[in-house]
Ligand binder design. Sequence first.
Ligand code: GLU
Length: 291
Amino acid sequence: MAEPRARTRFAPSPTGPLHLGHAFSALTAFERARAVGGEMLLRIEDIDTARCKPEWEAMILDDLAWLGLDWSRPVLRQSTRLPAYGAALDRLAEMGLVYPCRCRRSDIRAALSAPQAGAPVLGPDGLVYPGTCRGRPMAEAGPEDAIRLDMARALARLDALPAFTETGPAHEGRHHLSEAALIHEVGDVVLARRDIGTSYHIAVVVDDAFQRITEVVRGEDLFEVTPINIILQDLLGLSSPTYHHHRLITDDTGKRLAKRDDARAIARYREEGATPADIRALVGLSPARAP
Ligand code: GLU
């Protein structure tokens, strides 16, 4: 069978302006696809409607085009994909792998500080959940509940322990996930937040498969969530792309750029007369070659 066409994606959340870190991510995704005759797709990750704004989205698209990037249409907007995310969650519920959870952050902290609890562990999604609501039936799920994955049951359901291939410089190679690490250092992650009814974890996995992404290019800060992506792909019978986590762009003090760091917004550099070539140089990329 012929290899599928290489597809990468840039998946910004329109919660602020595009800054240097995003520009580097988008340029990397674009160039990795182009190097092998593939294409880059764009996905607007706007499930958190309280934080995402159409004005930011318009500005992001404008900055990307100004940088000289091109992407295959249509652009996928996650706010239009809630039924697909709901269907994935229903499937996991039918498999008996999720449960409703009414714990608030304060409940979780209290449970973890109980004398019999071990030292709290910080996972990719915050404190590893102590399991207070584990075993509650889905029939009890109401608007006050988040939905969590029962990690131990999920792993018991898989034929083999999950693994993924990383092509990024910091962790290049094949990664085999350990059952103990997944249970104790990742734990029962939230798959549906009570406010939006879904989560980044579900949306990213469903959409990477839907857009037939062959390599996920994103920042090193998301390396730790990759095991969650892989487990969900395995449970839902979706194919796994390879992963490329790139270095993060930091400010002069070595701190990672934040969305609210408007001084690093591409729009600001544009106002000050910078060219796309200047942006490439600022993020440490060599000059663009002609398409
Ligand atoms: N939407 C995420 C962000 O803006 C990117 C998620 C991903 O690439 O998987 O940080």
